[in-house]
Design a protein around this ligand. Structure first.
Ligand SMILES: NC(=O)C1=CN([C@@H]2O[C@H](COP(=O)(O)OP(=O)(O)OC[C@H]3O[C@@H](n4cnc5c(N)ncnc54)[C@H](O)[C@@H]3O)[C@@H](O)[C@H]2O)C=CC1
Ligand SMILES: N[C@@H](CC=O)C(=O)O
Ligand code: NA
Length: 438
């Protein structure tokens, strides 16, 4: 039987890994698909890089991604160039030319997914994107197929390898933020613009995609609440630890009475939870369904080989479905496109969580009474409180409070009031706390 011909766009970290893993595991993969899958054309602006990678293999190399996307011989196009402009145009061009498309580009799907999915549906081709969320963890497969018996209640995940790597190194080695980021970049984990990683934007892209699959809603990146790890201080990581918590950057989406929560922010998690102990570039995602309960998925969230594993799993899936009619395929967002719902995303002010608050105050009597009065006035009850001893010669103390679950709006109002008390020395630090129990 004729091999399946693939066009590969981009031979960087993921593209290079995809080429190498496909070559290495070719015979094993053919035993699964019954057909050979051959990368026949490659486009990269840096053609030399592509030549080194293919080392004399029978592959046509070009710097024009559109030439590959439109080529009549190509059955499947894999987009691994990143970005949102050319990537969007080339994906749409490939779809228009009847190619099935595979991408690892979460930014593209979170922002332009609705357009791309609609174009693919109309043309009857597949859009596959396992590598776009949580790297090598097959979480898209889980949400689309494995848990399809469930009404998904919530998802919480460590879904950015770079920021988890940074937090882990800061925590375990006390290393400086920028040195760790440079190492993550060297290892190929970080995005082309690493602010996407450290400011939570990449995690927001991924939670947007997971929310769409979990709840059967369109992708709505513009409505995610996003807060990164750049304002986290080492002392908060230390104080959290003393209280039995670890700080992680979480992507969370949850079904609540008013709609769907969709948020990314650092959070304290009890150290006893497995997910609190996920370190380095590893990712982990908890999916809670109303039949299965909580399930946990763990694996490498970034890097050449783990991401290639996900890209090639998509290749195998598409290869198996090439002869199936569109109605026989699993819907791209897990629910039938005509049955997607318009459940609203709730604003952050309407989200209810517990909080860690660190107040930096002048060490004098009456301060604590003033603070607790404001909290009580706002209906905020305190779960635990610690006063950290001040350093010699300093007039400042840190008061750490853990609150019970409270509406974000109430906490915002209370923080604003407390911030104005004369004893306050610095900005109040607030980090949300997630128990992540079942
Ligand atoms: N690096 C990782 O661990 C992961 C990356 N991703 C995603 O995979 C995609 C690729 O990421 P990386 O491989 O890390 O990037 P990269 O920067 O290492 O590679 C991109 C490649 O595309 C080429 N390229 C850029 N624009 C092009 C154009 N217009 N035409 C032809 N070639 C072009 C570049 O020359 C480069 O070789 C991105 O969307 C990224 O978000 C997803 C999961 C993990
Ligand atoms: N930059 C991303 C790469 C994978 O999606 C990350 O660090 O997780
Ligand atoms: Na994945």
């Amino acid at each position: 039987m004729k091999p399946i011909y693939v066009g590969l766009l981009g031979t960087g970290t993921v593209g290079g890994g995809t080429y190498a893993v496909l070559k290495r595991n070719q015979s094993e993969i053919s035993r699964r698909t019954g057909r050979n899958i051959e990368i026949r054309m490659i486009a990269d602006l840096d053609q030399e890089k592509a030549r080194c990678l293919t080392a004399g293999d029978n592959v046509t190399i070009t710097n024009d991604a559109f030439e590959v996307a439109r080529h009549p011989e190509i059955d499947i196009v894999i987009e691994l160039i990143g970005g949102e402009t050319v990537a969007r145009e080339v994906m749409l061009a490939a779809i228009e030319h009847g190619k099935h498309v595979i991408t690892a580009n979460k930014a593209l799907l979170a922002k332009h997914g609705n357009e791309i999915f609609a174009a693919a549906h109309q043309r009857g081709v597949i859009v596959a994107f396992e590598a776009a969320v949580a790297g090598g963890i097959p979480i898209i497969k889980v949400l689309r197929e494995g848990l399809s018996a469930n009404r998904i209640e919530w998802i919480a995940g460590i879904i950015n390898g770079t920021s988890n790597f940074i937090l882990s190194e800061m925590h375990s080695k006390g290393l400086d933020f920028s040195a760790v980021l440079a190492e993550a970049q060297r290892l190929g984990y970080a995005e082309a613009d690493p602010t996407y990683d450290i400011e939570g934007i990449d995690a927001a892209h991924k939670i947007t995609i997971m929310a769409a699959l979990a709840f059967g809603v369109p992708v709505r990146f513009d409505q995610v609440y996003v807060e990164g790890i750049t304002r986290l201080a080492n002392e908060d990581i230390r104080y959290a630890e003393e209280l039995g918590y670890r700080i992680k950057l979480l992507g969370i989406t949850k079904r609540v009475a008013k709609g769907i929560e969709l948020r990314v922010h650092p959070a304290l998690i009890p150290v006893k939870r497995l997910i609190a102990n996920v370190e380095g570039v590893m990712n982990a995602v908890i999916v809670n369904g109303n039949a299965v309960g909580s399930t946990l998925y763990y694996g490498a969230g970034a890097g050449a080989n783990p991401t290639a594993s996900a890209v090639i799993a998509d290749l195998v899936d598409v290869a198996r479905l090439l002869t199936a009619s569109p109605e026989q395929r699993v819907p791209v967002l897990a629910f039938l496109p005509e049955l997607l719902s318009d459940t609203p995303i709730v604003t952050m002010e309407d989200v209810e969580t517990a909080h860690y608050l660190r107040l930096q105050v002048t060490d004098k009597t009456g301060v604590l009474a003033d603070v607790t009065r404001v909290l009580a006035d706002h209906g905020i009850s305190i779960n635990a409180m610690v006063q950290k001893e001040h350093h010699e010669g300093e007039d400042k103390v840190n008061i750490i409070m853990l609150t019970h679950k409270t509406l974000e709006r109430q906490v915002n109002d209370a923080i604003a009031k407390i911030q104005n008390l004369p004893a306050m020395i610095d900005q109040i630090i607030r980090i949300r706390l997630e128990e992540l129990g079942s």
